[in-house]
Write a protein that binds this ligand. Structure first.
Ligand SMILES: [Zn+2]
Length: 220
């Protein structure tokens, strides 16, 4: 557990700059300099905060450490543990980028899908059918919600929800059900509090989807 936490924190320490550079509007190139102070980035990946002017970006380190520790405790010494630990990297990036600019870049969602679903399929071939079914059902349901209620879910949310259902599907249907319900239990109260404060900016749904998948994998 301690090793997993150290791994999670250490890996996440490399991510703030990557997340900051990818936090751009659709179609825009990745940032080459800090959005806050204009400092040019020398490299894509480096350890530490995205910029001296942005120490808050280091919050990803404790989140990464806790996520890895929770996975290690819940899953134990299983071949699936390293799979999930590796998948945490694109998942953390997606969460941060969605919080910052309400986007879930396709390439990161695709990376998450490949990194998690391919090894899961090799380790649990008997669950390939249920996993694909879960991904398909959730993808279709979210796509219908997005079409029927414009302005709520984005296409990125739809795709991420489908990918996460596919990944969670390898853990069985109870996990899928937890993974579908949990994000709404997480974002519902936050949305109500925001409305109460008069904030009407749409809430990023990606972090709740990702947290829901983590809860599903570790509890069900
Ligand atoms: Zn800066």
């Amino acid at each position: 557990m301690i090793f997993a936490a150290l791994y999670g924190g250490a890996t996440a320490a490399f991510l703030p700059t990557v997340a900051h550079r990818l936090s751009v509007r659709f179609g825009e190139p990745a940032r080459s300099s800090c959005a806050g102070c204009g400092d040019i980035y020398p490299a894509w990946v480096r350890v530490g905060a995205a910029c001296r002017c942005h120490p808050g970006s280091l919050m990803i380190v404790p989140v990464g450490a806790v996520t890895a520790a929770v996975l290690a405790v819940a899953i134990g010494p299983s071949a699936l543990l390293p799979v999930y630990l590796v998948a945490t990297v694109p998942a953390l990036l997606l969460g941060v980028i969605d919080l910052r600019c309400r986007r879930l870049p396709d390439r990161l969602v695709g990376t998450l899908a490949v990194l998690a679903a391919v090894p899961s399929a090799i380790l649990r071939p008997s669950m390939i059918g249920p996993a694909i079914a879960a991904g398909g059902v959730v993808l279709t349901a979210y796509a219908m919600i997005a079409v029927l209620m414009p302005g709520g879910l984005g296409l990125g949310d739809v795709k991420l929800a489908g990918v996460l259902a596919l990944i969670v599907g390898f853990a069985g249907w109870p996990a899928v059900i937890v993974g579908v319900i949990a994000p709404h239990l997480i974002n519902g109260p936050i949305a109500i509090i925001q409305l109460g404060r008069g904030r009407r900016t749409p809430l990023a749904f990606g972090p709740a989807l990702l947290a829901g998948a983590l809860i599903a994998i570790t509890t069900a």
